[in-house]
Design a protein. Structure first.
Ligand SMILES: [Zn+2]
Length: 310
């Protein structure tokens, strides 16, 4: 069954955040020993080479999400454009990493879950400004080609800060013909994205460019994210997609990657899984068609959402 048909039956349960969980388990480099991570200027590592260096660790986390009830597993291809991998020292392995990540996810999913290719921003726009948008588009187009060749069922475009870069990514996704879920990340506040568009505007634009579900991921927990999702729901004619993080933010800073606790002190702002039970309970009435977790969500959080959905 494809994602669109699955969503017609009710909210589709995705999975949780891979990179933070695998960083906690010792398989992903946060970059924090070398640089200040989370500045929004494109620093920070959190790249997906674990797919080729420690495949068993990634395989195990996929299994845990599947066991928790995930109907769709995301291949760990987040930050897997050649641009980001180049700066992490893995550019030459761009093809290998993307192919390996999809293969692992498909192996675990079998016929029990769909497999998505995850595509995020390049970080070029943060570092070099809007003039680099063309280059960013080329890198994203390349990664989408790799994911399509590897056989993903659909794409999740996620953690984009600029709507302009999301638009470029959605055009590349449309050219691939793959169904696409599109989620922006809002920081430091949920009122607008980095290039100044409201959640409602982002939702309309993403739906117009062909996304089958539009919403937000990362940066804030479910309760903080909900008002922005409601604005998106009211503005777009497609289901909402939501992948909140499991971290407590403040009224002044509604994004955990901008807090001093990121990335080495996140345990002190961890939200409990009970907030995710409640989020799952509300999903249907809030028009959420695709629901999962982002950073800080291990399998316990996905089980909590599953409990709420029941
Ligand atoms: Zn995240």
């Amino acid at each position: 069954m494809n994602l669109l048909d699955l969503m017609k039956q009710g909210p589709v349960l995705g999975d949780g955040g891979y990179l933070i969980e695998l960083e906690r388990r010792g398989y992903v480099d946060s970059g924090s020993r070398r640089e200040k991570v989370g500045t929004g200027r494109g620093s920070g590592q959190f790249t997906p080479e674990v797919a080729i260096e420690n495949p068993d660790a990634l395989r195990e986390l996929h299994r845990e999400f599947l066991r928790a009830g995930s109907q769709a597993l995301q291949a760990l291809t987040f930050f897997g454009t050649r641009e980001k991998l180049n700066r992490a020292g893995y550019g030459a392995q761009t093809e290998t990493i993307n192919a390996a990540a999809v293969k692992l996810a498909k192996e675990v999913a079998g016929d029990r879950a769909l497999v998505a290719g995850s595509v995020s921003r390049t970080q070029l726009v943060e570092r070099e400004g809007m003039e680099s948008l063309g280059k960013a588009r080329d890198h994203i187009a390349e990664q989408i080609r790799l994911l399509k060749d590897a056989g993903v069922d659909f794409l999740v475009l996620e953690t984009f800060f600029h709507l302009a870069e999301m638009k470029a990514a959605l055009e590349c996704a449309a050219a691939s013909g793959l169904p696409t879920v599109a989620t922006m990340s809002f920081r430091p506040l949920i009122t607008s994205c980095t290039d100044g568009h409201s959640p409602a505007e982002c939702a309309r634009v993403m739906a117009d460019l062909g996304a089958i579900a539009v919403g937000a991921n990362c940066e804030q927990g479910p309760a903080v994210m909900l008002p922005l999702l409601q604005q998106m729901r009211n503005a777009a004619k497609v289901p909402v997609a939501a992948q909140p993080s499991a971290f407590r933010t403040t009224a002044e800073c509604q994004s955990f990657t901008r807090l001093a606790q990121f990335p080495d002190d996140l345990e002190t702002i961890q939200l409990s899984r009970t907030e995710f039970v409640d989020f799952g309970r509300r999903a249907r009435t809030e028009g959420i068609g695709y629901i999962g977790g982002c950073c800080g969500c291990n399998a316990a959080y996905i089980r909590a959402i599953a409990d709420g959905l029941e």
